[in-house]
Design a protein around this ligand. Sequence first.
Ligand code: ADP
Ligand code: MG
Length: 651
Amino acid sequence: MEERGSPDGDLARSLEQGPEGPETPIQVVLRVRPMSAAELRRGQQSVLHCSGTRTLQVSPPGGGPEVAFRFGAVLDAARTQEDVFRACGVRRLGELALRGFSCTVFTFGQTGSGKTYTLTGPPPQGEGVPVPPSLAGIMQRTFAWLLDRVQHLGAPVTLRASYLEIYNEQVRDLLSLGSPRPLPVRWNKTRGFYVEQLRVVEFGSLEALMELLQTGLSRRRSSAHTLNQASSRSHALLTIYISRQTAQQMPSVDPGEPPVGGKLCFVDLAGSEKVAATGSRGELMLEANSINRSLLALGHCISLLLDPQRKQSHIPFRDSKLTKLLADSLGGRGVTLMVACVSPSAQCLPETLSTLRYASRAQRVTTRPQAPKSPVAKQPQRLETEMLQLQEENRRLQFQLDQMDCKASGLSGARVAWAQRNLYGMLQEFMLENERLRKEKSQLQNSRDLARNEQRILAQQVHALERRLLSACYHHQQGPGLTPPCPCLMAPAPPCHALPPLYSCPCCHICPLCRVPLAHWACLPGEHHLPQVLDPEASGGRPPSARPPPWAPPCSPGSAKCPRERSHSDWTQTRVLAEMLTEEEVVPSAPPLPVRPPKTSPGLRGGAGVPNLAQRLEALRDQIGSSLRRGRSQPPCSEGARSPGQVLPPH
Ligand code: ADP
Ligand code: MG
């Protein structure tokens, strides 16, 4: 039955506020062992009396003043091992360890006061002889409870154990496969103090754990002296590592680290002893000195931890291996239970009082329990750090890429800045612009092809009309039926017609295409009926109006002069033809002969665009029609009687 006022309830209440809760004092339980048979034989009296469940009264022999000490629980000699186990609230510690806390149970007291007995029961009666269940100590009972508890948990739990002793300030692995050898104690930021190369053994059953315990106990140093026939000569630390691996959890990040999770550590300290009282000599005396030195360091740390200014003061945990390994339990993030063991014998009163004062101070030491962060909790922070690193690397690479692009393409400063901001955006813009230009180019190519076709058709029509016009002129000058028409009218256009079309030199009287003699076209001296595109050197220094076009046949001697003036219609014909050839407006240099205004529309003039060809064609048709009409209606007239609108008769 659980006692009222046991530390179990207080501890639970103090930790209910969560891992980051308030500071929690070290829980201290006092156990008074019964008088041994030897003490009773020597007639020694008990000087300790329990008052209630939490107070111990010390009655010095000889009638001195009584001293009372108050602890979380005080267990007199009549209490069984089971009572002690229940009163200590070790099950609560086990629950906390399952939740990830680091919990420590350690016994403290004078040698022979019952520390080892409280933790592991009486010493084994022989090799392989188990401790009777009723006498099993806190450790065996906790093991049994823990294994049973784990079996009823929903999530799988991994259990491991290590067991070491600190003997003469050397850490030895009690579970090592070979003979125990000194192991170094290290420190790092995440783990604090730890023993390097310590063997951690996984176990899955109570039997396996008990076997580990027995192995360690059998290898632990013990000796007999006056006060204890099986005196522990070393501090022993058995630690159970509890890993609850849920579906979301991941394995430990660093394979060198121990499993992340709760810890339950049992510390069986070697007892302080007066060498004179124990009669230790030689090696025993050296061991006693070493034990006392480490216990002294532990007491010193506890005293400093009680200092209100302790946060500013240095706690000398490094003074001994023991204080190093108990640093987290005493002043760190662990949950700690101290079981102070005392002997009731008056002969041990000085050491008992020392232990009581020591335990009283210890229970005022506080820790700040905190469950170690699991890899799951670390994961977001780790991922966030990784993400930031990758983002930074991404930015750096993008910047370098932008610089390379800018050097290659010589982009402007504003564009460089924009590209640095968004390289992908720049790429998209180029792609869109490319696509737009492709479409535009395709449309322009289609328009160009259409215009070429139209131009070709119109050019063919113009050419046919030109030949008709020439033929009509020829007939008009020669008279109908006198001379056969130009053969080019009857045959497909020879290659020469692909050249700039007909350009009748008024001085040559020959069709420049088919070499048929043409009508005598009079032209005024110095009249510009050709565009100003001819090479003046090629013309032999003559004025442009007087020289023939380059493709015209050479003029025959004696015909350099045009004896007759052109009529207005002749001039118009020539001009229209010239404009068709050159696709430029022909401006007469001399006053033309516009007796009547020309019928040419403004659309015929200016601009060389293909659409004008249709209008020019229409105008040409009109010209041909009017010429033919005039030729039919008017007979050839004499030079003196001709009108400006008449076509000149041949010579
Ligand atoms: P310590 O470890 O403190 O030096 P031990 O645990 O070895 O002392 O105990 C010394 C002796 O006293 C042992 O023989 C042990 O069996 C006995 N003893 C200690 N406590 C009790 C107890 N509560 N009931 C019966 N015997 C005890
Ligand atoms: Mg012991």
